[in-house]
Design a protein. Structure first.
Length: 104
């Protein structure tokens, strides 16, 4: 599988998760289906309790090598943030792992 296909699959999963999260916080969506969803860099629930950030860098006291998670969910009421970074394994690696797994 070519690198572009892995990236496309990764981006599709991120868009689907972003869409489902926006539905969960009852944010207004332009499209009903996840595959038509175009994530905005900043999405806030209509009550202002939750903010969802898409591919935004995280500012911290120290240097973080990969400081741009796919999705950041900020709970403004509690003052907490959840960083979500998605990893999609390659098919070749999964097939190799299945081949080495011993089934009792």
């Amino acid at each position: 599988m070519a690198r572009e296909q892995y990236i496309k699959r990764h981006d599709s999963m991120c868009v689907q998760l972003h869409c489902n999260t926006c539905k969960k916080i009852r944010g207004k969506l332009d499209n009903k289906q996840w595959y038509d969803h175009v994530p905005k860099s900043n999405k806030t629930s209509h009550e202002g309790k939750v903010t969802i950030l898409w591919n935004q860098p995280v500012r911290a006291e120290r240097t973080i090598p990969n400081n741009k998670p796919n999705i950041t969910i900020c709970d403004n009421k509690k003052g907490t943030c959840m960083l979500i970074d998605i990893a999609i394994p390659g098919n070749r690696n999964a097939i190799k792992k299945e081949a080495t797994t011993v089934v009792p």
